[in-house]
Structure formats: structure tokens, C-alpha cells
Write a protein that binds this ligand. Sequence first.
Ligand code: ADP
Ligand code: MG
Length: 494
Amino acid sequence: MTIVDTRSPDPKKFIKGATGDWEIVIGMEVHAQVTSEAKLFSGASTSFGNDPNANVSLVDAAMPGMLPVINEACVRQAIRTGLGLKAEINLKSVFDRKNYFYPDLPQGYQISQFKQPIVGEGTIHLDMKDGEQVEVGVERLHLEQDAGKSLHDQHPTMSFVDLNRSGVALMEIVSKPDIRCADEAKAYLTKLRMILRYLGTCDGNMDQGSMRADVNVSVRRPGGEFGTRCEIKNVNSIRFVGQAIEYEARRQIGILEDGGEIDQETRLFDSVKGETRSMRSKEEAHDYRYFPDPDLLPLEFSQELVDEIAAGLPEMPDEKKARYVDELGLTPYDADILVAERVSCDFFEDVAKGRDAKLAANWVINETFGRLNKEGLDVDSCPITAQQLGAIIDLIKAGTISGKIAKDLFEIVWSEGGDPAQIVEERGMKQVTDMGAIEAAVDEVIAANADKVAQAKEKPSMIGWFVGQVMKASRGKANPQAVNELLKAKIGIE
Ligand code: ADP
Ligand code: MG
């Protein structure tokens, strides 16, 4: 593969060494477990957490004479993912055998795709916190089988093997070496996970191993030749990816500045010590003796199938964000929070439908998500429905309740449930718009504070204090705008 450098060196991302500046170069290989009922080449279940070896067909156990049969659902998921990555879909691809021995790989080879993957080049767009826009190239996406799991902690002298995962479909998504710092690597993984979850093609649960990242790291003089890379295997959290990169880059710089050379090798990240250590020297593709699997025909499908899948794609996070900002007038910051998860934007869209989108975003993000966060709940288990929150917003918009009372109402609906409009009616929470009653309260406050009235004439900003007093006297139910206007008129402020 010839590598093209698509980025120009950015001093903000340089690492200062003893002999000058260094630039980090990162490429990611992400293994994403395909969301499917059955495995890639067998009918065994993919469900997580079953008894060991409960989900193993004769094919997964590699019994003699068993033949793999491709699972169409997995193929559709790979195409869907390719489309979500705006990548080229290959109507013809080939399954190869990647030969190596592993105790939890009964076939003695892994069925993967090598020269002709199902998905070709695509891109992932990153919006960095400082406003920088980064495009990370996707080299390819291919389908392959997962291996089983060796269990070394079940018996003092024996190891066991659990083949439940053996044969489950994985998508390996390989990026180009377009990433230049740990923050970009973390943003890349976050965005990729978001895309997979929007599409429903991988659940993205890194702690259950359904998404794992191999992180390739090298360093070079800014803009110079690419350096020799090390591959850090199976990092299982986004935070650890950041830590592994920071550590590994400094390790390599240390070696190079001492006049040494980097050995191309596979390393492991120790999350307890926060360091990487050598696992094995890097094998090359030719070590695996790849060849087309004679048990499987090339995988071919029609453009019609691709078009059908494309037509069923949901609105993706980048498009959603652009629409929220351009059409609904939300800030990019608020839009980012909402689009982070599909459940979040679905909730927001239900609340905002036919309403003031900015007000809706404010109530969804600050009140609702803020409260969910505090209580450690997620959107799925939110005690307030989108309909209830929408009804509260309608009451504010109609002037039936003030913003302050709305917060009390939110509390009541959050803990007791119920119909917001009915609660307002029954508990006498309606805003007082009866000018007579407001005027009486205003007169009372003015009469009791003659000294402050004199001061307010000099310093009009003191009006706020008066509004506060009247609001307090009305227990929050007076219409603050009416109070404000009346006070100004009576005190004589412009
Ligand atoms: P392999 O399949 O042997 O792991 P590839 O050439 O397909 O090798 O590259 C794997 C990953 O390594 C890709 O994500 C690629 O972007 C990344 N990569 C390649 N060269 C470098 C480099 N010099 N520094 C950092 N990452 C690199
Ligand atoms: Mg690799």
C-alpha cells in the first residue's frame, strides 16, 4: 500500500523532544462485532453471556466435512456500514483463509477478506473541540470471523476454551494513517462508534468486547517520512486509546533520540501501569499464507441490493448536526450533545416537533439530560416523556406558567408523572396575568421601599431587584414581563 499524506503538519500537535519537534502518526484498525442473530457462516446464536459453548454449531467447532454458508444478514450489515461511511461498495468480494494456529480457532485458519474486501475507501469527518475539521480516510472494511476465548483462570493446571464467539461476524474497519494526535484518535473512535450505533450494525459496547481497537503509532520529524510503526492490540476503551498513544509516542521518541531504531512489533497496553509492552514482533501478510477459501464462492450482489439498503439508511450524525444548526438555529455545541446518541436526538425531535426548537433544546439538554446525568440514568429510562416535556413547553409559550413555575412543574412531573396542563390547573400554578392583582403587588413593593425607589431612578438596573420582590410576593406566579413594564412606568424609568 502506498501511503499518501493528506495532512499538513500542525505545530499545536507536535511533541517536544530533547532534539526538536516530533509529529505522531496514527492509523486505526477497529474490529466491530456485527449486530446479527446468527454467526457469519453458521446458524448458531450470537447472544452474549450464555454458558460456555452453548452457541456452537458443528461449523463453528470445525467438525470434518462441515461447510460454511454465508449469512445474508451480515452482508447487509456490512453494506449498510459501508454506506454510512460514505464508502465505495464492492459488488464482488472474496473470502480468504488467513492461516495461523490458535487454541480457540478450531479451523486452524480464520475466514477473512484480504485482497478484495466488501467495502473500499470512505471517510469519517471529525469536528474537534477547537473547531478544527478533520477528515480521516477509511482504507477498507472487510468481513471476517471472530475467534473463541481461552479461559486460563478456571482450573489450576488446565486451560479451557469457550467457542461461543467463534465464527461471530466482525467488520474490520481500517483507517488511513491520517490521525495526528491522541485527541483525534479518541474523536475518531467516538465518531465511528456513533455511526455504527446510528446504523444499528454494531452495538459499540467496548466493555463487552463488541468493539476493539488496534492502534498503529509511529513518530516522525514534522512533515517528514513516515516512521516505523508499532501496533497496540485490542485496546478496549476510548480513554485507554488516548493513554496508549501518549505513552507509545514518548517511548518511540526516547529510542530515536538515543540513536536507536523502532522495531515494528505488536504491543499490549497495560491499563494499570499506563504503559505499552512488547507482545511479539510484527508478522507480515505473507506469513499468513492467505488464499481464497475454496469452500466459498466469491461474494456477489447487485447494485439494486445496495440501493435498497441505501434507501433505508437513517439520517446520519453529520447531516443531523448540520440540519439542527442551519435549519433549527441550534448552537453547534447543543447540536453535538443531541446527535451523540440516536435516542437523544429522537427524544429531542419528539419534543421539538411543531415547537420552538431552541426552547425545546434548552429544556431537553439543560433540564432533562442534566437531571438524567445527576441521577445516573440514561435517556431510555427518562421518567419524563417527550410528550410531557412538550406539554410543559407549550404552557410556557402560551404564557400560562412562568419559566420559574415551569421548573417546579418539571419537578412534579419528574417525580409523580401526570398531565402537565392538568397539574397546573389543579394546583393553581397558573401565571397571574390579571393586571389588577399585579398592580396591587407592585404598588405594595414601591410603597414599602421608598429609599430604593429613589436609588432606582439614578440606577435603572436596580429594577431587577423590584421585579424579584414582586415575583416573590406572587410566589412566582406573576407574569415577569408585565411586572417589569409596570414597575418601570410607576418608578419612572425609561
Ligand atoms: P497490517 O494489515 O499489516 O496491520 P496495513 O498496512 O494494512 O498493515 O496498516 C494497518 C494500519 O496501520 C492502518 O490503519 C494504517 O493506517 C496504519 N499505518 C500504516 N503505516 C503507518 C505508520 N507509518 N504510522 C502509523 N500508522 C500506520
Ligand atoms: Mg493489522
